[in-house]
Design a protein around this ligand. Structure first.
Ligand code: SF4
Ligand code: SF4
Length: 450
């Protein structure tokens, strides 16, 4: 029976989803995309919004994972992990059927729930669950430590409250009114996944070689014809009555099937009474035909697995490149200046951001021994998470370069936190412009005249 296993998986996923936002290592979450603080937390590493070079790798990894999972297990996501499926099980089977008794039985999902006070009460219970689920979803964007603070001060956080209520209302509308129509008519995943299937993909399949034909060219046989075409299937329709999307799996693979396997369980009970295995099973078309085990390792799945591993390694390596400081360097509008000593100066705007959780003092040097920093002379203090704009002057002594034109010199600027033994550091390329000789001489002549 798959139902108990599915419920266990649902419970496990719910516990993980609820608990994960509370889990922190060094005040960093497993996953958090905070638009408020402009941060991404991934695998307990904090990234600034400017470091979102990681996002394409994350999306590539997710898409490859979906392709791999769908090729291997078909609609395994729909039946075992999709929140829509889980929420419908909670609302329809737990609240309406088990708690309120307004549906006859879990085994019959075709008769609607009785109208009346109990149904309205059921919607009320679901509204509370929806609010909790919506809050849980929000915790991946507003961490729980801020979420509850913001909630206690709604006047100042109207956007958060608005989004929270919108998601709650959507969940009520979706689960109570749209129900499985969402899976059948709206969900885009259901549309695209069928192209990823092959004859070895796991699906919910009725074995017509054992059970006999019930449909021909999409049309159901008449009762009289069924007598001749049916074999082991006793046409009890337990598999049809239990189906949440109201289809008959004996018709063949259908887009409407969410692979919940409830029909397989229902047939297991019926066939079990006859000491026979279920006519509906979670297997592949080839496995049904050849009576051999499902072939998991095949070219497509192995190829997806290899590419998935490569993307996973790339994601891991890229996340290891995280810098605890960000630095943007821009030149000022003047190309250069010549100071009182006749030395050449170039001015730059350094935009520092301390992305570490502690305050630090930053300083910098250049890789060119002829070019030194003349201002600032002291390290720059920046609080945790803060940004600072610093005007930096680099000075070069007489280099005696080209007489014809200004010379751009490539330099590397090393910025580092002095209080961390320079373990927090960033390297940036920049250009120092050295003027043509005539300009320096003209400046010196001008000074003599003055
Ligand atoms: S056909 Fe079976 S597996 Fe598919 S949705 Fe209906 S009950 Fe679930
Ligand atoms: S539950 Fe099994 S025996 Fe009954 S109609 Fe469905 S396939 Fe046939």
């Amino acid at each position: 029976m798959y139902a108990k296993k599915r419920y266990l998986v649902f419970a496990l996923i719910t516990c993980i989803a609820m608990f994960l936002p509370f889990l922190q290592i060094n005040a960093t979450h497993f996953f958090l995309l905070s638009f408020d603080k402009k941060e991404l937390h991934l695998f307990f590493v904090r990234f600034d919004m400017q470091e979102l070079y990681l996002m394409p790798f994350l999306f590539i990894f997710l898409f490859l994972f979906i392709f791999f999972m769908t090729t291997l297990g078909g609609r395994v996501w729909c039946g075992w992990s999709c929140p829509q499926t889980m929420f419908r099980v909670i609302y329809r089977d737990l609240i309406q059927t088990k708690i309120l008794n307004i549906r006859k039985s879990i085994k019959n999902k075709q008769t609607p729930a009785q109208d009346g006070f109990k149904k309205a009460f059921g919607v009320g219970i679901w509204a509370v669950v929806s609010f909790i689920a919506a809050s849980n979803f929000m915790w991946y964007f507003v961490p729980p430590e801020d979420f509850f603070n913001y909630l206690s001060n709604p006047a100042e956080h109207k956007t958060l409250i608005g989004i929270l209520f919108f998601i709650t209302l959507w969940l009520i509308f979706d689960i109570v009114f749209l129900a499985e129509k969402f899976c059948v008519y709206i969900c885009p995943y259901a549309r695209v996944q069928s192209v990823m299937f092959d004859n070895d993909t796991m699906q919910v399949i009725y074995d017509d070689s054992r059970g006999g034909l019930v449909y021909k060219n999409g049309h159901k046989f008449e009762k009289t014809e069924l007598k001749n075409s049916l074999k082991e299937c006793i046409n009890c329709e337990a598999c049809v009555k239990i189906c949440p999307t109201h289809i008959d799996i004996r018709k063949g693979m259908q887009l409407d099937c969410i692979n919940c396997l409830e029909c397989a369980d229902a047939c297991s009970v019926v066939m079990g009474r006859l000491n026979k295995p279920s006519l509906i099973s979670w297997t592949s078309e080839n496995s049904i035909l050849t009576k051999e085990k499902v072939k998991y390792a095949r070219f497509r799945t192995i190829a997806y697995f290899i590419v998935l591993c490569v993307a996973g390694v790339a994601l891991f390596l890229m996340s290891g490149k995280k810098e605890n400081m960000l630095l943007n360097i821009n030149r000022s509008t003047e190309l250069y200046e010549i100071n009182q000593n006749g030395n050449v100066e170039n001015n730059y705007i350094f935009l520092f951001q301390n992305t570490d959780k502690n305050a630090h003092s930053y300083f910098f040097d250049t890789n060119d021994t002829n070019i030194k920093i003349s201002s600032p002379t002291e390290p720059v203090d920046i609080k945790a998470g803060a940004k600072k704009r610093v005007v930096v002057t680099l000075e070069s002594k007489n280099l005696g370069l080209s007489t014809q034109k200004d010379t751009p010199i490539k330099i590397t600027i090393n910025a580092y936190a002095v209080d961390e033994n320079a373990t927090i550091r960033a390297k940036r390329e920049a250009i120092f412009v050295y003027p043509k000789k005539r300009n320096i001489e003209n400046f010196k002549k001008g000074r003599k005249k003055a």
